[in-house]
Design a protein around this ligand. Sequence first.
Ligand code: COA
Length: 260
Amino acid sequence: MPDYQTLEIAQDGPVREIRLNRPDVRNAFNGVVVDELHDAFAAAGVDDQTRVVVLRGNGKSFSAGADLAWMKDQASLPHADNAAGADRMARMFLAIARCPKPVVGRIHGHALGGGSGLTAAVDTAICTEDCLFGLTEVKLGIVPAVISPFVLQKIGAGRARTLFLTGERFDGREAQRIGLVHRAVPEADLDAAVDRVVKELLSAGPAAVASAKELIRAVAHLSLEDAIPVTSKWIADLRATDEAREGFAAFLEKRKPNWI
Ligand code: COA
């Protein structure tokens, strides 16, 4: 496991935790975090032992978003370097969203600006009810640009028209209501709620979980008619795999499948 400056990695059997570890600045991310997160998700994606990745933050907050001292420094670079840094940041979010392993977010404290972006980039985010979210960039004279595609996928353009423009903060209950997180729970229940999702993922066929993630990407923007050749081929291919044969056999023989 690489020795990261800004992340802690913990492996518990098939579950890999990636922990943001700059608690003094509420896990704000600078260029080092961006590069290390990109690397950590790329590594988790190809690690044979890992079946689920959990993203969380050490300390009081999940993440206060982009490190504003770093943002200020980036702005004073020659434009090409400034643009290259922004591209690396956008690709870090993409590495999370496209990780072939399912990614669960454990979100607490604050998830502001890019912290809301990280929340949007994971597959399943579980947060505390009183966690504070916000697409707060306009309050700083900027916009939630690189995170916008990830946030829009979760909350839709209609809600973004209020939240991107006002930059207002909202709590975990509201985040659940608008679809930014899957579930908001009392703080005392956060770890148990994350564990429940992890257990559900581990009881599903690993190849099927990866395929389900790809299916959403492939089908989300197709018309019902255009989807038919894609989805019918998809299930025809999938149900003939060894994993599916094992899943069917296990059900019919009233036993657990071999991936449990
Ligand atoms: N970038 C850089 N430093 C940050 C930061 C950020 N996004 N968010 C917090 N920090 C730093 C603070 O400057 C402070 O540093 P200091 O101890 O040297 O003074 C330290 O983290 C703790 O922050 P503080 O504000 O004292 O903690 P808090 O618990 O009272 O409040 C937040 C936490 C997250 C609500 C508050 O820090 C905040 O609003 N941060 C900005 C969030 C934001 O606008 N993000 C969008 C970025 S695009």
